[in-house]
Design a binder for this molecule. Structure first.
Ligand code: NAP
Length: 253
């Protein structure tokens, strides 16, 4: 980066598409070397072909912290973007399988905690680091059918609050970034049914944020002076008021 913070490298999870790919692109444009994690080596190779040799693919499941660390080969990480996440399904908790519930918590809560546990000591030792945790407005308001996902995101949000106390004075920043709807394949892959109709409804009839909006937000937080920690960001499209209420009819239907 062209300032005194000295950030040179970033690890972005979920870098093969959607928000993560846009964030990787923005960080590279800002001069950082980016290590990109996703399960699909092929998709990461596609991103590398577009972004060039300062994008280093690290194919791994984000739940396998050892595999990610092995992929880094000892590289120091200044900026960690815990972005990989997902909805196994959208339905009431009692209708989810045990595997869906466990996977949702492992992906959205346990994996970012484990990565921070491994990477924060280096940042603290160097007195240089910035962690972004992608949560969601689903963790702050009510989106029916997302019990485990919402609980994981709310848990990650609370982890950020506690970490800021643990890290006070260490020179390491923790930013929680909670987007509302962003136009990616995220929801489409979790819903059963007519994908095109849903895409039309979510992203054409209504206006969502773009992945580039999120990348720009991360860059803005990163660009602040090193002592300024933009700790919580909620971002929505001007067409969306996240956190509405829903009432069942009196007869329960
Ligand atoms: N899109 C929205 O409306 C929205 C709103 C609020 C918050 N968010 C949050 O923003 C983040 C990014 O969402 P997105 O919309 O960009 O999602 P997306 O388009 O579905 O992309 C998800 C990324 O995560 C990777 N990934 C998924 N499971 C993984 C695993 N087990 N191990 C490693 N990588 C994994 C995927 O690659 P592979 O499949 O190859 O592994 C892909 O690169 C998530 O944390 C999500 O909860 C999204």
């Amino acid at each position: 980066m062209n300032d005194d913070k000295g950030y040179r490298s970033a690890l972005v999870t979920g870098a093969s598409r959607g928000i993560g790919a846009a964030v990787a692109r923005r960080l590279l444009a800002g001069g950082l070397t980016v290590y990109g994690v996703a399960r699909s080596a092929e998709a990461l190779a596609g991103v590398a072909a577009e972004l060039g040799e300062r994008f280093i693919p690290c194919p791994a499941d984000v739940r396998d912290t050892d595999a990610i660390l092995a992929g880094l080969g000892g590289a120091e990480i200044d900026v960690l973007v815990n972005n990989a996440g997902g909805l196994a399904s959208v339905r009431p908790l009692v209708e989810q399988t045990a595997e869906e519930t466990a996977e949702t918590i492992a992906l959205n809560l346990t994996a970012p905690l484990q990565l921070m546990r491994r990477l924060l000591p280096g940042m603290v030792a160097r007195r240089r680091g910035h962690v972004f945790n992608l949560t969601s407005t689903a963790g702050r308001s009510v989106l029916p059918g997302t019990t485990a996902y919402a609980a994981a995101k709310a848990g990650l949000s609370q982890a950020c609050h506690v970490l800021r106390y643990d890290l006070a004075g260490a020179g390491v920043r923790i930013t929680e970034l909670a987007p509302a709807r962003v136009e990616t394949d995220f929801y489409l892959s979790a819903f059963a049914g007519d994908r095109e109709a849903l895409r039309q409804k979510l992203y054409t009839t209504q206006r969502a944020l773009s992945p580039e909006d999120i990348a720009q937000t991360i860059w803005a937080a990163l660009s602040l002076p090193p002592h300024a920690d933009l700790s919580e960001i909620v971002i929505t499209s001007t067409d969306q008021a996240a956190g509405g209420q829903m009432f069942a009819a009196r007869d329960g239907s």
